[in-house]
Design a protein around this ligand. Structure first.
Ligand code: PHE
Length: 372
C-alpha cells in the first residue's frame, strides 16, 4: 500500500492530482466554455489511460464562471481555497480571464488560459509587467487584428471600414483597436465607429447610421450571440458589404442566430479549422466526435491543447508545487499540439498561426493560414 503524507506541497494529500477546469459553463457564452471543458476532459482522460502524471491519476475539478468576471473571481477562489487544485486551465473570454488572473496571481496559482486573446490577460495593465502565474495557449489580439486588417486590404482589396465595438468586453475593445491600427497603417480608413453592449437585442439604430456612410466593409469583433443578431439585422437593412470578425464568431450557434443566407459574405479569423489536414488534427477530430458526438470547434481544440501543455509542465516540473509548475510553464517549448507546435514566449503567450474562415451557406470554409 502507499502511504500518503498530508501537507507536503499543493494538493499532495490526496491520491489524485487535481486540476481545475474553470470555464463559461452557463450564461451567455456557454457553448465556448463547454467545448473548452470537453477538450480538457478528453486530454485528462487520455493522460490517465497512459498512467496519469507523476505516478498519479489526474482529477478534473470543474468550475463555472457563469460567463461573468465577478463569478470568475469566485470560481478561481473556490478552486484555490476549497478544492486545492495544483493548477487551473480554462476560460476563453478576456474579461473573465483578467478577473480570474487577479486571484491566481494573489494566491500563486498557475493559470493557463485557453482562448483569452487580449494582451492584458498576461501583462498587468498598471505596471506593464508580465504576470508571474498567468499564461495562455493562444495567440494575442495585436496579431489577430493585424491578420483581419491585412485580409481586408490585400485579399478583399477594400479600404473603407466601419467598426462595431462591444464596449462591455475587453476583447472587443482591444481587437477593434488593433484592427484599426493595422488597417489605417496599411492605407485604409475608418468611416465610423459605433458601440453596443452584450445582451443588446436591437442593433438597427447603429446599423442605420453605418449604412448611411456606405462603408465597403464592416468589422465586428464580438461574440457569436450579438454578432449573429448584428449580421442578420444588417442584411435586413439592405447592407450587403462583407462583414469581418474574429475568434469570437466561432460557434455552431452563430448560424442558428444569424441565419445562413445573412452570413454569406462574412469572414473571421480563428485559431483552428476542422479542415486542418495534419495527422494530429485528424486523430483529434475523430476521437472528439467519438467521445461527444459532434465536431470540435476551436475552443474544444484549444481546451485540449491547454490541458496537454499543463500536464506536460507538471511532468517537467516533476512536482505539484506551484512555483515549479510556473517555471515549467514558462519554459514551454515546441510542445506538439493540435493547434500547432506550442512555445510560450517571454510574455507567457503562444506564438501561433491564425486561420481565416469564410461563412458560406451556413458552413465554415477554410480560406487561408497566416503565420505569425
Ligand atoms: N479570444 C476571445 C476573447 O479573448 C475568446 C474566444 C477564443 C472566442 C476562442 C472564441 C474562440 O475574449
Amino acid at each position: 500500500f502507499t502511504l500518503i503524507l498530508s501537507g507536503c506541497g499543493g494538493g499532495s494529500a490526496s491520491k489524485d492530482i487535481k486540476i481545475g477546469l474553470l470555464n463559461e459553463m452557463t450564461g451567455g457564452n456557454a457553448t465556448f466554455g463547454t467545448s473548452s471543458a470537453n477538450g480538457a476532459k478528453m486530454a485528462i482522460k487520455e493522460a490517465n489511460a497512459k498512467g496519469g502524471v507523476l505516478g498519479k491519476q489526474i482529477q478534473a475539478v470543474i468550475a463555472d464562471n457563469k460567463s461573468e468576471p465577478s463569478e470568475s473571481v469566485n470560481a478561481m477562489t473556490k478552486l484555490v481555497t476549497q478544492d486545492k487544485v495544483v493548477a487551473v486551465t480554462g476560460i476563453f473570454a478576456s474579461s473573465n480571464a483578467i478577473a480570474a488572473s487577479s486571484v491566481a496571481e494573489a494566491s500563486k496559482m498557475p493559470f493557463l488560459a485557453v482562448g483569452a486573446t487580449n494582451p492584458k490577460v498576461t501583462v498587468d495593465e498598471k505596471s506593464g509587467k508580465v504576470k508571474d502565474y498567468t499564461f495562455r495557449v493562444c495567440f494575442i489580439d495585436p496579431f489577430q487584428g493585424t491578420v483581419g486588417a491585412n485580409f481586408v486590404l490585400s485579399t478583399l482589396k477594400l479600404k473603407q471600414a466601419a467598426v462595431l465595438i462591444d464596449s462591455s468586453s475587453d476583447y472587443s475593445k482591444g481587437l477593434a483597436a488593433f484592427f484599426k491600427e493595422a488597417f489605417t497603417k496599411g492605407g485604409g480608413s475608418i468611416l465610423a465607429e459605433e458601440s453596443y453592449l452584450q445582451k443588446d437585442q436591437d442593433f438597427k439604430t447603429i446599423l442605420t447610421k453605418v449604412k448611411a456612410l456606405n462603408p465597403q466593409v464592416i468589422y465586428v469583433p464580438g461574440y457569436y450571440e450579438e454578432v449573429g443578431k448584428i449580421v442578420k439585422q444588417a442584411r435586413e437593412l439592405g447592407i450587403t458589404a462583407p462583414i469581418i470578425g474574429g475568434d469570437g464568431w466561432d460557434s455552431p450557434k452563430l448560424v442558428e442566430i444569424g441565419t445562413a443566407p445573412a452570413l454569406n459574405n462574412t469572414y473571421f479569423t480563428n485559431h483552428y479549422s476542422v479542415d486542418d489536414t495534419s495527422a494530429a488534427s485528424k486523430t483529434f477530430v475523430e476521437a472528439y466526435k467519438k467521445e461527444y458526438g459532434q465536431a470540435p470547434d476551436a475552443l474544444a481544440v484549444l481546451g485540449y491543447d491547454a490541458a496537454n501543455v499543463l500536464i506536460d509542465a507538471i511532468k517537467r516540473a516533476n512536482s505539484t508545487e506551484a512555483a515549479k509548475i510556473r517555471e515549467a510553464l514558462a519554459a514551454t517549448k515546441d510542445i506538439a499540439a493540435v493547434t500547432g507546435s506550442t512555445t510560450l514566449n517571454a510574455s507567457h503567450d503562444a506564438v501561433k498561426s491564425a486561420v481565416i474562415i469564410e461563412m458560406k451557406d451556413g458552413k465554415q470554409m477554410y480560406k487561408a493560414t497566416v503565420k505569425p
